[in-house]
Write a protein that binds this ligand. Structure first.
Ligand SMILES: C[S@@+](CC[C@H](N)C(=O)[O-])C[C@H]1O[C@@H](n2cnc3c(N)ncnc32)[C@H](O)[C@@H]1O
Length: 267
């Protein structure tokens, strides 16, 4: 009985905010729903579903809780240091134009961090780059496109970097147009294989702190799609607590275990 109510609730959520609970790990997904149920004082999945039907604002809050947009510039800086010092050098040796996909880019801090590094990397050469950020959350993508941030996003930024890349305006910081120029954003669910597979080929895909929420099967299908849209010897970067599991493990060689950097193996 309770399970039926849960299924009705996740069907409703999927229909209204396009988040498919069936693809996520069940326990953490239920835990996040429980957070909102406690907050709104709803005692069962059925009660909470009724509450959602008449409360659009709650639907938006639930969406925020389920998607968890937490991110910041240079999150886990050592990973970006490794990309800057080692990986980009290798990519640039083979390509004049570097193409990067940031999957689950949230409000843009991750792709913009890469843009800062690459802008610096190419400052004395005529190399070029394009970064595409995708996320299922339309509000996050809207914020990313605007490129205005608050202190929270700067936890791992040095003062000199804030001064270099942002203009302060009241409580907010406006990102330099030069960093924004090479970055595009698209609202896209990574489960939409058709859209993903028509994006062209990438030198590097960074997908951090999102796979952990998905079931093992779904993780495998995403990674397998990433393998298809990576160029020969292209790189995959995962979050610090994420690993390659199942059959996709054999599709990549580990380049740096600590920084979760892998290279595509071609068949
Ligand atoms: C915790 S944030 C990670 C942001 C960034 N990658 C980082 O590590 O700082 C996870 C992001 O994944 C997005 N996300 C969750 N499910 C998704 C899906 N099915 N397709 C695309 N993005 C998704 C969320 O909207 C959220 O913005």
């Amino acid at each position: 009985m309770v399970d039926n109510d849960y299924q009705f609730l996740i069907d409703y959520i999927k229909k209204h905010i396009s988040i498919d609970g069936n693809l996520y790990k069940e326990r953490p997904f239920k835990r996040r729903i429980a957070v909102r149920m406690r907050y709104t004082d709803q005692k069962s999945y059925r009660e909470y579903l009724e509450y959602l039907r008449y409360n659009q604002a709650e639907m938006m809050k639930l969406k925020d809780t389920l998607t968890i947009n937490v991110t910041r510039f240079f999150r886990n800086r050592e990973t970006f240091d490794f990309l800057g010092d080692v990986i980009f050098k290798d990519i640039v040796r083979k390509n004049q134009k570097v193409r990067i996909l940031s999957a689950g880019c949230s409000t843009g801090e991750e792709p913009y961090t890469l843009s800062m590094i690459l802008k610096n990397f190419f400052r004395n050469s005529d190399g070029d780059y394009e970064i595409v950020g995708i996320d299922v959350d339309a509000d996050a993508i809207e914020k990313a496109k605007i490129g205005i941030y608050s202190d929270y996003s700067f936890m791992e930024l040095k003062h000199s970097e804030v001064a270099r890349y942002f203009k302060k305006s009241g409580q907010h910081y406006i990102l330099d147009e030069d960093i924004k120029r090479n970055v595009d954003f698209i609202i896209m669910d990574i489960k939409e294989s058709d859209s993903l597979l028509t994006m062209g080929k990438f030198d590097l895909i960074i997908c951090r702190n999102i796979l952990i929420y998905f079931s093992k099967d779904f993780q495998e299908s995403i990674i397998s799609n990433f393998h298809k849209i990576l160029k020969q010897n292209g790189y995959l970067v995962l979050g610090k607590v994420e690993i390659l599991t199942g059959y996709v493990k054999d599709m990549f060689e580990t380049i740096n275990r600590k920084e979760r950097v892998f290279r595509k193996i071609d068949y």
